[in-house]
Design a protein around this ligand. Structure first.
Ligand SMILES: [Mg+2]
Length: 270
């Protein structure tokens, strides 16, 4: 393994669950790893596909786990979707099938939201933990009657893990709607390159000095590969060696956990 490549990275884009903690259990090395990156002049960002929670919700969650965090430490699929919409649908009236948190993120970015399908120019799907049948009916109506209407989704995940197993996420709801209208949305979250691209642009760091770290190949690692960044798969979450061996997408680096990255970075000045 080429340690120098990792030691030269300046921007570290971390997946959270399975990488920095597992469920409600913080990994013992996490705070030291984050501190080491910062002490060495690097920047880390927590990247999440979850569009049901706001950044302040995440700050609270990380603080409860013992990780100090602030607004600029995050890149969520809600933020990335807002930036995408600002670029492509700035003046459109958005019909948002998402939580109050997602709507707030879009409104805070100056975007327009409507609940009236007659006045809608663009559909935005999120991980909607406030979903009801009225919203599904409105989106179905829009997709059926206006086959060309722009249709955007914050993230492609089928399920979101919970303490009892999982609940349906944005991708599953989009599949329900596929059965209605045979259309798939443009997807912003991982594995799209959008979040790494936005983070690199924001901090002015090049692809070869940006490391995407995560425990899922088909989302975290794929987003890094799609963005042309360096990629590090950690085996502390969802992926085991068998899954890695069977995957067509290969990360540049593989470690048992991000603790091994800490060891590599600590050797930087030796
Ligand atoms: Mg994960």
């Amino acid at each position: 393994m080429d340690e120098i490549v990792l030691q030269n990275c300046e921007l570290f884009l971390f997946d959270m669950d399975g990488t920095l903690y597992l469920g409600d259990n913080l990994f013992s090395f996490t705070n030291e790893l984050l501190k080491t990156i910062r002490d060495q002049g690097g920047r880390y960002i927590f990247v999440t596909n979850n569009s049901s929670k706001s950044v302040s919700d995440y700050i609270k969650k990380l603080e409860k786990l013992g990780i100090p965090a602030e607004y600029n430490d995050f890149m969520t699929s809600s933020q990335a979707t807002a930036l995408y919409l600002l670029e492509h649908h700035k003046c459109d009236n958005l019909y948002v099938c998402g939580t109050k948190s997602l709507k707030k993120e879009l409104l805070d970015n100056g975007l327009n939201i409507t609940d009236d399908y007659n006045k809608t120019d663009c559909i935005v799907m999120g991980f909607d933990t406030e979903l009801n049948f009225k919203k599904l009916e409105d989106v179905s109506r829009l997709l059926c009657t206006r086959p060309d209407i722009p249709y955007i989704a914050t993230n492609p995940d089928y399920v979101c893990p919970t303490e009892f197993g999982s609940v349906p996420d944005c991708g599953s709801v989009c599949d329900m709607l596929y059965n209605v209208a045979k259309r798939r949305p443009i997807v912003i979250g991982k594995p799209s390159a959008a979040m790494p691209e936005l983070a690199m642009k924001k901090y002015g760091v090049s692809r070869d000095k940006t490391l995407v770290i995560g425990d899922r190949i088909y989302t975290d690692i794929k987003s890094g590969l799609n963005a042309g960044c360096r990629t590090l798969l950690v085996l502390s979450g969802e992926t085991d060696l068998e899954t890695l061996n069977n995957s067509a997408d290969k990360p540049e680096f593989v470690m048992n956990s991000a603790e091994d990255l800490l060891f590599v970075l600590k050797r930087k000045f030796i």
